[in-house]
Design a protein around this ligand. Structure first.
Ligand code: SAH
Ligand code: SF4
Length: 347
């Protein structure tokens, strides 16, 4: 069954017309979907006639996700949802709450073709792209939970966003519309492993979304040990694409750098990282590698803090992300992996 957020307003109007319903019903439906209730079922849409609700339920799915598990981190309140899609595949969405803001981390694919060695999402390769509705409804899950619009959207869940760019752009444009939740473009961050044609296409769209590059290694040789597939691009090409993105969008770049013990945390490597950050005028986000998915592990808190201090001394704006939701396997793909280990991976 098609999802409500996958059909255009025009299609919805035609559908309503074929049932002899007035056009204002479309507006009413929209109002229910995008606030203040963020409705996920037709039953919630109290001002629609019961007969219309029944017809809609028979033809268009009101919500693309069926939450099957919810985990709340008792320490920091981070929530992680595992949702089943219509075809039985599962995806993860995380809501992070700090006192100043709320952020939802959304997935864009089931699995991932890039297959970085430390990442649970890529373990079984790509299963399929998510649809526009499946991306939008992850944001709606967060809004429903909060009872208000979420502040930020980070596209850092399962999958490589720039390998599903059409659906992602359609979803983000929809969420940015005043007709829906009017999400500001500057409150969106897209993270990529460095898909050069995707970065260039994104730049040419000229939306002021923030870009994050998952760098993790400072030479092509070392990076090849982290990203083993054909979806790895030469660093120089990636850097040029990032510069192109900045020129066209005027947005700052973040370099994400998962610190892996004994691999990319030595002094010479960090010096090189600092010089790359200088060149790209980027800030650096250090992430202690989460060991759950592989035998890569983080170098330990002291070493992580030293790396942070070194970058700061080199004049780089840097942060150390002590992961939220550690207790609930919040690194991307881990929860789904755990479920697959119990049930067997999907083809
Ligand atoms: N595919 C995109 C976005 C999703 S991954 C990308 O790679 O950028 C979001 C971030 O989590 C990336 O920076 C990724 O490298 C990082 N990540 C994945 N598994 C991790 C792990 N086990 N430990 C630390 N960071 C991890
Ligand atoms: Fe894919 Fe990103 Fe995971 Fe790499 S880190 S496998 S690109 S989701």
């Amino acid at each position: 069954m098609r999802s409500l957020k996958d059909i255009s307003n025009e299609e919805l109007l035609n559908l309503l017309k074929s049932w002899n319903q007035p056009a204002f019903r479309a507006k009413q439906i929209r109002a229910w979907l995008y606030g203040p209730r963020f409705a996920a079922s037709y039953d919630e849409m109290a001002n629609l006639p019961a007969s219309l609700r029944e017809k809609l339920a028979g033809g268009v799915a009101p919500f693309a996700l069926n939450v099957v598990q919810t985990f709340t981190d008792p320490q920091d309140g981070t929530i992680k949802w595992l949702s089943e899609l219509q075809d039985g595949n599962t995806i993860e969405t995380v809501l992070i709450r700090v006192p100043q803001r709320t952020t939802v981390c959304v997935s864009t694919q089931v699995g991932c073709a890039v297959r970085c060695v430390f990442c649970a999402s890529g373990r079984y390769g790509l299963v399929r792209d998510l649809t526009k509705a499946e991306i939008i409804d992850q944001v709606m899950l967060a809004c429903r939970e909060l009872g208000k619009r979420v502040d930020n959207v980070v596209v850092m869940g399962m999958g490589e966003p720039l390998m599903n760019l059409d659906s992602l752009v359609a979803a983000l444009d929809e969420l940015g519309s005043p007709e829906t939740i009017d999400l500001g473009n500057r409150h969106v961050t897209i993270s990529t492993s460095g898909i050069v044609p995707g970065i260039r296409r994104l730049a040419e769209l000229r939306r002021p979304w923030n870009l994050a590059l998952s760098l993790h290694a400072v030479t092509d040789e070392e990076r090849a040990r982290i990203i083993p597939t054909e979806h790895r691009y030469p660093l120089e090409e990636i850097f040029e694409a990032c510069e192109y993105h900045r020129t066209l969008t005027n947005r700052m770049l973040t370099l994400e750098y998962a610190l892996i013990d004994g691999r990319n945390d030595n002094h010479a490597t960090l010096e090189r990282l600092a010089s790359i950050a200088h060149r790209l005028r980027a800030k650096v986000n250090l992430i202690p590698c989460n060991p759950n998915a592989s035998n890569c592990k983080s170098p330990g808190v002291r070493r992580c803090r030293e790396a942070l201090a070194f970058l700061e001394q080199s004049g780089i704006q840097a942060s150390l992300r002590i992961s939220h939701g550690q207790n609930i396997l919040a690194a991307c793909g881990q929860l789904r992996q755990k479920r697959s280990e119990v049930r067997g991976p999907r083809p």
